[in-house]
Design a protein around this ligand. Structure first.
Ligand SMILES: NC(=O)c1ccc[n+]([C@@H]2O[C@H](COP(=O)([O-])OP(=O)(O)OC[C@H]3O[C@@H](n4cnc5c(N)ncnc54)[C@H](OP(=O)(O)O)[C@@H]3O)[C@@H](O)[C@H]2O)c1
Length: 235
């Protein structure tokens, strides 16, 4: 285990992207995965202690963030990971499926002191856990990872987007691996894979992504990558 990971979970970012690196179109279409890719996603979810998304993804997709039994052999004992939603303002509808669907599966709302106390009470009443990470403007992601590790015994987190959370998690050097499925379509000026909070001036700028594995699955390419935060690409 690397020194940086001593008090945080292992974090894998999993996503499907278009050939031009978009995770959704401007009008909100994010249906990029084929059937085999959905199977990959659900098997990865089942192996994780937590699935994490940003509030933008919940507001756009109303995701349930559960594991679907149809992707497993009959009789397989399915683990449904804890669901973690990041929202500094706490602006998540109480009837969002991540809260209301299968309430016996734990959901954590990770927020800041900007979240109104009444909304915090609402989350608790609906059975969610609430973690306050800083004063804002955004959730302190390093602090959150350390709390998930030490207080919730979470050792593996599957990050499932969207653009802004992916970008800030990468900028904080919190992502260890990326499992990306590339679809042979274009997304145009939609939602990029990473919305980075800094400018990239050269392709020699770290981080560099080492390819661990690649596969063609139907009409998609899967790339499994390890992130090397301190090194550049050597060509
Ligand atoms: N193709 C795929 O596999 C895939 C997967 C997932 C999502 N998507 C798409 O991605 C899009 C959503 O992406 P998005 O960029 O709009 O939203 P996002 O990354 O899901 O959520 C961003 C929001 O999270 C909250 N937040 C709080 N602290 C944060 C922090 N430290 N860093 C980042 N965010 C923080 C902020 O809202 P608050 O005001 O609530 O704090 C922020 O606006 C949707 O269109 C969805 O369909 C695609």
């Amino acid at each position: 285990m690397s020194k940086e990971r001593l008090n945080r979970p292992k974090i894998i970012l999993s996503t499907a992207i278009s050939l031009d690196g978009q995770i959704a179109t401007l009008t909100g279409d994010d249906k990029l995965s084929n059937a085999e890719d959905w199977k990959r996603v659900h098997h990865l979810r089942a192996k994780s202690d937590a699935i994490m998304v940003g509030s933008g993804t919940i507001l756009a997709d109303d995701s349930k963030l559960t594991v679907k039994p149809e992707y497993f052999k009959p009789g397989y004992s399915i683990n449904n990971p804890t669901r973690v939603v990041i929202s500094s303002s706490g602006n998540i509808p109480l009837d969002a499926r991540v809260i209301a669907f299968r309430p016996e599966i734990p959901t954590i709302i990770a927020t800041t002191s900007k979240c109104p106390p009444a909304q915090k009470k609402n989350f608790l009443r609906e059975g969610c856990e609430v973690i306050i990470c800083g004063k804002g403007p955004l959730v302190n992601l390093k602090q959150l990872m350390s709390i998930l590790f030490s207080d919730f015994n979470i050792r593996t987190v599957l990050l499932e987007g969207g653009s802004k959370l992916n970008g800030n998690m990468l900028a904080e050097k919190l992502i260890d691996e990326i499992h990306v499925a590339i679809a042979p379509v274009l997304g145009g000026t939609g939602k990029p894979f990473f919305s980075l909070p800094y400018t990239v001036s050269s392709f020699t700028q770290p981080p560099f992504f080492e390819i661990l594995e690649n596969k063609i699955i139907g009409d998609m390419i899967w790339l499994y990558l390890r992130i090397c935060y301190e090194s550049s690409r050597m060509i």
